[in-house]
Design a protein around this ligand. Sequence first.
Ligand SMILES: [Zn+2]
Length: 219
Amino acid sequence: MVECHKFVNSRFNSNSYIISHSTFNDVWIVDPGDTDNIFLWLEKHSKAIISGVLLTHAHFDHIYGINDILNHYPNCPIFVANIYGEELLHDAKKNGSRYTEEGSIVVKDGARIDLYKKELDLWSDTKASIFYTPGHSEDSVCILVDKMFFTGDTLIKDTRTVTKLKGGSEGKLENSLSQINTLMGNNLVVYPGHGDLFYLDDYDLNKSLIKKVGYGDKA
Ligand SMILES: [Zn+2]
């Protein structure tokens, strides 16, 4: 059975998630932030390996735990959407960390960075499906594992999605939300990059947009 544990991070209020499987002793981490509680959780649950880091996008508040993870698991692959995401990982200005009080965050040299394909095998009986959903950033993805839908900053409960940062686009967000709209009716639970979990079915995706486009009419 696949399970997910949520952590709310101390530094930027972002959410990190551990995805685990009852019959395997490795886990996957979504958007690592604070790592002390992640390592404690792994120890407590006898999980020995982090098989990979799945990024919803590479803004500073979703990546700041990566180097700690690499200190423990140097070969752990970091999955990003595309070249833009890869750039963000290496550029404190582009990933936004340079403008925070706490200063620059870049992924250390030698990190193994992999680009997502449409699907990723997490375990022998579990796949992750990757949906490319630009709009908040050029490298935003949503990740579907069973009924769990990880949306990063593309879809946050009762919150208009930020599209004004570099690489953001309201038009692209609209297309991405149209894609997400097709997943309605599957009992998916949204695991967002900030805030509470919520059910996708019946959620009004217009709340994410400046200009409403009538997703509600289609649903
Ligand atoms: Zn972001």
